[in-house]
Design a protein. Structure first.
Length: 472
């Protein structure tokens, strides 16, 4: 098959997939894992099958994938489809640049620099910079590594005994802080989870107490990790108050804004991150609320020299890095060597929308979340399980019968939604309570989607309480 014919066949599949978001099909595949293993041919052959077989394999993959572009996909903190960003993803793979040197990625370097400087300005780092990473998890790890290098200058070269070092995070912080503690040599047990208030925000008074207690126990505080929109509730820590405490104590303040950083575009909602300009570093995922395809995430730092010191292992790579482009080679700011061009898709989407378009998107999503919350509060069998700051809506189906286990009830409602393939939504916990966590983030979601979603939740709740089996 000729190149043009092959690409045309692939393009037809892409167009058909995009159009399928408006058809009445399942959001998740019906086949179980065991069925897929038994029925699908995914084995690697000794002799290649050729390009025609590639088209068949693409059909198999698409038909058995979760349809993340559909409005019914509400499970994680991302979803939907952006055509400009999709085009950037395709062209980035086609051109196959690697981002470690300007020489290999000239225009991509200029684009990434432009985005990082703009995002740094938005968080209040006028002289800041950063790097693109594989996501908020790595962004949090970079923040903790920069904190280590800042507190113990030279630890990158001499090593570090982290057994007496502690880091303070919200009790509802993302699990990636545990991963980072493992990688940088601190250990899970030295992550101190600070108590939250009833809205899921880290309590500044308890942070002060935990820092004092750690010092009394002979431990060495390293940094505070604040959260701008927690994973389950979407709660924003009081960054301003935490910054005052952290800097008074001589500690680095990192803000995990992977989920909630996009609020900064909105004149009305940017107040959620008041005080972020006082932070030392921030991570922010464009592949979440901004709707750019995975992966697309930025790590931003107020003092770029700290990140340069952390990454100065690049100085030995004479075969890559040369003095004539020292200030422009992005590999000098990254722990990665080979790194794909994730900036192009964000740049194209930003150019298409503009700041005003992002602001309108944030305000619309917040208004839609308000609408969903009001619908829940108006229904006698539904109840909100947490206050709301962002677009996370945590609720559950209830019963007047005290003998009904509400955790089992809501778990079964979610299971039935998945089984029928109507909606994908997260099951989470707030304390000991199982909640249905719906997130208004998918660019395809509208109020009709929200109404249909609640309709299915109510249908299944009523059916379970009547003791009826799930319909096939």
């Amino acid at each position: 098959m000729e190149t043009a014919a092959f690409i045309d066949e692939v393009a037809q599949r892409l167009v058909a997939y995009i159009a399928s978001k408006d058809t009445d099909v399942r959001v998740n595949p019906a086949a179980s894992l065991s069925t897929m293993r038994k029925t699908l041919d995914v084995q690697l052959p000794l002799e290649g099958h050729g390009l025609n077989a590639v088209l068949d394999d693409l059909d198999t993959f698409i038909s058995n994938s979760v349809k993340t572009h559909r409005s019914e996909f509400m499970n994680p903190l991302w979803g939907g489809l952006s055509l400009p960003a999709f085009a950037g993803e395709v062209v980035a793979s086609l051109t196959n640049n690697s981002m470690y040197t300007y020489e290999l990625s000239p225009i991509a370097t200029v684009i990434e620099q432009t985005i990082l400087k703009r995002m740094s300005q938005m968080v209040g780092f006028p002289d800041g910079f950063g790097t693109f990473t594989t996501g908020g998890s790595n962004g949090n790890m970079l923040g903790m590594l920069c904190a280590r290098e800042h507190l113990l200058s030279g630890s990158t070269k001499r090593g570090f005994d982290g057994r007496s070092t502690v880091i303070f995070v919200s009790a509802e912080a993302h699990y990636s802080v545990l991963m980072a503690a493992n990688v940088i040599g601190i250990g899970h047990q030295n992550i101190i989870k600070v108590q939250c208030d009833e809205d899921g925000r880290m309590r500044p008074d308890r942070l002060e107490e935990e820092i004092a207690f750690a010092r009394q126990e002979g431990m060495r505080p390293l940094c505070v990790v604040a959260t701008a929109a927690t994973t389950v509730r979407g709660a924003y820590d009081d960054i301003d108050a935490l910054a005052t405490i952290a800097h008074r104590e001589g500690l680095w303040l990192h803000v995990d804004a992977a989920w909630g950083g996009t609020c900064l575009f909105s004149t009305e909602h940017r107040r959620l991150m008041d005080g972020v300009d006082k932070a030392d570093s921030v991570c922010w995922d464009a592949h979440k609320m901004m709707g750019v395809p995975l992966i697309c995430s930025a790590f931003l730092i107020k003092d770029p020299l700290v990140l340069r010191r952390l990454c100065d292992h690049t100085n030995v790579a004479h075969y890559l890095f040369h003095s004539d482009a020292e200030l422009d080679d992005l590999g000098r700011y990254s722990l990665q060597c080979a790194r794909r061009n994730d900036a192009l898709k964000l740049w194209l989407e930003w150019r298409a929308r503009g700041d005003a378009g992002w602001a309108e998107m944030v305000d619309t999503k917040m208004a839609d979340a308000d609408y969903l919350q009001a619908s829940i509060e108006a229904h006698p069998s539904l109840e909100m399980m947490s206050s709301r700051m962002w677009t996370n809506v945590c609720f559950r189906y209830t019963s007047a019968d005290d003998g009904v286990d509400l955790n089992d009830l809501n778990t079964e409602i979610r299971n039935r939604l998945m089984k029928e393939g109507s909606f994908m939504v997260s099951r989470s916990n707030i304390g000991d309570d199982v909640v249905i966590r719906m997130v208004v983030v998918n660019q395809s979601v509208d109020r009709n989607t929200l109404d249909r979603f609640l309709g299915r939740v109510i249908h299944h709740g009523e059916e379970i309480l009547r003791g009826l089996p799930a319909a096939n």
